[in-house]
Every structure is written in C-alpha cells, then in structure tokens.
Design a binder for this molecule. Structure first.
Ligand code: SF4
Ligand code: SF4
Length: 338
C-alpha cells in the first residue's frame, strides 16, 4: 500500500519541485537570521553560492524537475551567476522562483532584467518598514532606498518587455518596532505595483508586538505563540511537507530536506550522488515516518533540534496522508500571490 507520493517504508517518487539554494551569502545582519554570522541561530548551510555550471549539471541529471525555488537562507542576488542560472532554466523550460525571499539591497541591472527576460514568476522581497530607521532596525546594514530603487527598476524592465512577470511580493514581518507602519507599507506596496504579505516574527520574545489587538485585527494573530495556541499547529509546519514534495538542497549539494534544517544533512552532495537515491536513503525514510508518528524520535535526525517537531508532538499534530494529498508547492505559490 502507498500514500500519495509515499510508500509505507517512507520512500517517495522523485519530486518535480525542489528548493536549491543559489546563495547563502548575505550583506545584512538580521538578528534572527539562521545565516547571519552574529545571528541567534546557526546553520550548517555554510557560506557560498551555486555556480551556473553546477546548476546546469544538476538540471541535466534530473530531467524530472520542473520547478526550482532558488532562495532560502541567503541573498540570492549576491550570486554573480544568477542571470546565467535563470537563462538556462528558462531554456530548459524549468520554472525558477524567488519566493522564500530576497532583500534586494544590491543587484546588478543584468540580474534584475534577467528576472523579466527569463520569466521568473515571483520574487518576494523582505521590506519591514517604510522609513530607513524602521527598516534598518531589523534589516541591519540595509538601505531602504536601494531596495525601492531596485523594485522600480524591475517594474521598468517589466514595461520594457511588456511582461507581467515577476509578480513582486512586499513581505512585512511584524515586530514591535514596525507595527505602526503596517498600513503605510500596504499603501507603498500598491504604489510599487506589488502584492502584499504579512509574516509573524519567528521569535515572539524578540522585539515583541506592543499593540496586540491592533496587530491581531490586521493579520489574525498577534504573534506565532498566539497562532500556535489557537490553531494548535506550527505556523511553519508546511516546511515538513517539503520532505515529500519540495526538498531543500544546499548550494554545495548537501541534502537538507527542509529549509528549517540547520542541524545535519541527509546526504553530503547530491550533485555527485543520485538525487532520487539520496531522497530515499534510510535517514530520509526514517524522518518521514517519524514525522507521521510511525517511528520514535532518534538522536541523529535533524528534526530533534527543531521547534516544529516539538509542536507536532505537543499538539499531537502528526503529518498525515491527507496533508500530502493536499500539499502542492505550486498551490502554495498561487495562494501566496493573492
Ligand atoms: S536579509 Fe535574509 S539572508 Fe540576509 S541576514 Fe536578513 S534574513 Fe538573513
Ligand atoms: S520538524 Fe524536521 S522537517 Fe519539520 S521543519 Fe523541523 S527540521 Fe524540517
């Protein structure tokens, strides 16, 4: 017997969508970033970027892949090969997205035009304020003027090429220091022809929201703690489902499984080893079964360090077959666009 995209031994069919991080380098120092050198969270992702040649080899070796998300723990625009990567993916009819997020502080005109020329459908931009002081309070080292200039340049390229792509998403993470600019941010997004998305801060104790009622009225929950208590599900539980349908690969080929995994890899280099085999190695299969509650916790599984696994256990919210059947990276992408 098998579930949709999974057999009972925890193995899966080769997914058509993967997350392949193009760059973990970043010029900012957001305090809660897993990748920031001085950040609170540390990651095994290391620092570097994916060369275009490696991307081509990966695509050629995995012809079943039709969609690749390029952003995760770093700033994708710091990859000097980004235009070549987008060009090759487009030529091979593969959709590339930057939907996890980018800070857009520094980008070459070539890279910005490549987004339009090679039909990247979505770029999510982290902008948590409408004034420099508010923006840089969390985006430490960032320059809001640079970001807005780069968005205007993308819009100009969209006009030049008569294209509606990429859809630009203005993502605003709500903290205590920026909650007073929430409405102004929505107005600014509209002026920039951007879609808008609020996110709840990952650590409710860090720069906590002050006017909880106001934040709740605007986005449904004052913070993630409140979300977890009311919904009884982790705010980011969909990350677990990526082990089945949207696995995370690091820029250096490490198989991470999901974007939250900072603790240990499942395979050291999927650019050299067979991806489908790595996705079904014993550790991956065990993790899927563990997340479904079919196997007990095991110390070598990265999820043991993860707050999402803690909430799965706390709320008895094990991953189910129904979740696989309804989860689709493309579906997530479409709903995010609203
Ligand atoms: S912009 Fe993103 S990648 Fe860079 S430090 Fe901030 S959270 Fe991390
Ligand atoms: S529990 Fe495991 S799979 Fe789920 S988000 Fe955490 S590290 Fe990822």
């Amino acid at each position: 017997m098998s579930t949709d995209n999974m057999k009972t031994d925890g193995s899966i069919e080769a997914p058509v969508s993967v997350r392949l991080e193009a760059c973990t380098l970043c010029q900012l120092q957001c305090p809660l970033c897993p990748g920031a050198p001085e950040g609170k969270y540390k990651s095994i992702a290391g620092k570097g970027y994916l060369p275009a040649e490696t991307f081509k080899t990966f695509v050629d070796n995995n012809p079943h892949i039709r969609r690749i998300e390029l952003s995760s723990q770093g700033e994708v625009f710091l990859n000097p090969d980004l235009p070549k990567i987008l060009e090759y993916a487009h030529a091979e009819n593969i959709m590339t997205t930057i939907n996890n997020g980018a800070n857009l502080n520094h980008a070459t005109d070539e890279a910005l035009e490549a987004l339009v020329k090679f039909k990247v459908p979505v770029v999510r931009c982290a902008i948590d304020g409408v004034t420099q002081a508010t923006y840089a309070a969390y985006r430490v080292g960032g320059n809001l003027k640079n970001v807005l200039t780069n968005i205007q340049k993308i819009n100009a390229y969209k006009e030049k090429h008569r294209s509606s792509k990429p859809l630009l998403i203005f993502q605003f993470i709500v903290f205590g220091h920026n909650e007073h600019e929430m409405e102004q941010a929505m107005v600014l997004a509209k002026m920039l022809n951007m879609s808008f998305s609020f996110r709840l801060n990952r650590d409710p104790e860090f720069m906590p929201v002050k006017n909880r009622d106001r934040v709740k009225k605007l986005i449904g929950y004052a913070d993630r703690k409140e979300y977890h208590e009311e919904v009884r599900r982790s705010y980011i539980k969909d990350a677990c489902l990526m082990l089945w349908k949207f696995p995370q690969i690091n820029w250096d080929g490490k198989l991470l499984g999901c974007p939250c995994n900072k603790w240990g890899s499942y395979a050291e280099n999927v650019f050299e080893d067979n991806l489908a085999t790595c996705l079904n190695n014993e550790k991956m299969r065990y993790t899927r079964q563990m997340l479904m509650g079919d196997k007990p916790p095991r110390d070598d599984i990265p999820c043991m360090g993860c707050a999402v696994y803690e909430s799965i256990k706390k709320y008895d919210d094990w991953v189910t077959e129904k979740e696989f059947k309804s989860y689709s990276p493309e579906f997530v992408f479409q709903t995010m666009n609203k």
